[in-house]
Design a protein around this ligand. Sequence first.
Ligand SMILES: [Zn+2]
Ligand SMILES: [Zn+2]
Ligand SMILES: [Zn+2]
Length: 378
Amino acid sequence: MGKDNVFFLEVIEWFDETGRELVHRIPEKGSGEIKFGAQLVVRESQAGVLFYKGKAGDAFGPGRHTLTTANIPVLTKILAMPWGTTSPLRAEVYLANMKVFPNLKWGTREPVAFKDSELGLVRLRAHGVFNIQVVQPVLFINSLVGTMGKYTTQEIEEYLKRVIVSRFNDHLGENLDSLFNLPGRYDELSEGLQRRLQDDYSRFGLSLKHLYITSITPPPEVQRAIDDKSRLGVIRDLDRLVKMKAAMAMEKASETTGGAGTGLGMGLGFMMPAMFAETFRPRGRTGGGASAAPQKITCPDCKNPIPKDAKFCPHCGHQQLVFDQCVNCGKNLPPNAKFCPKCGHPADEKPVPKICPNCKAENLPGSAFCNQCGEKLG
Ligand SMILES: [Zn+2]
Ligand SMILES: [Zn+2]
Ligand SMILES: [Zn+2]
């Protein structure tokens, strides 16, 4: 967007008619000139986050806020924001939707590589559902918008799904030796994957409420062979294994021709029973979601009651509003930190992708197995 694309903002508000937007930027494109004394209207289950010079600096809870220097001390003190009554402030506002987003779907776009102890390299597709909620709006905006450069709900969702697929690949690589042992293990694998991802997502200021794997689908030849084998019971049929391996070699050969089409619907033998669908139906009426939030909350550290919108605990100083976290150790960083107070790591470093030494594919930071070739990453 060019320099001319400037919006003068006097009243800043957003109502999400679709009910599906995680976050909304105001102005949607270009930059905003926020008038001194502008009104910021934050609705129930929203948080308003001021974004200035590539960083989110403060959060506003539900209500109508008059934006002046006096009521945003964090911005003025930490970011040394120049804001006079005559000149507007060039900044953006992000409004984050703090409700639970139920029933989001994740899935592999390209099949991921799994090294099976009996079958060799198998390319798997997987699908599932998950629920998320923004719990730390400033950290959410800083990590995904500021650091990762994802501006829209769509871009953010795409990235979050990529994280799930990558960790799914890691989790399977570490917890399953062979697809023969997959049936009956969906619950356990889903739970393990959810635990693993909770950690990842908390670094984005998100809470992962639920996650399920609904299907894991190998190529049809392998699927058929596994079905046959399970019919045969525990007896190892070596002849079939040999055939299966031949089939997989064919699958590998056909990879370059890029035959997609094996999506959902395949591999019925591996489908989970439909009961999980119940778990995902939102409780109570649909569409509501604006539950009466308690006015008082307690500090997770010292357990004393603190005001709902406190940024730090007035009793023990524990940080309630998280601005940034150390990419190395995950410690909450104070707003103006240059280095992590715990491990000394530079505070503004971006997480680096992991390049596979075997196939040179780029994997997400912290990946344990290459999505492309199944190689264990150091
Ligand atoms: Zn406290
Ligand atoms: Zn650290
Ligand atoms: Zn690789």
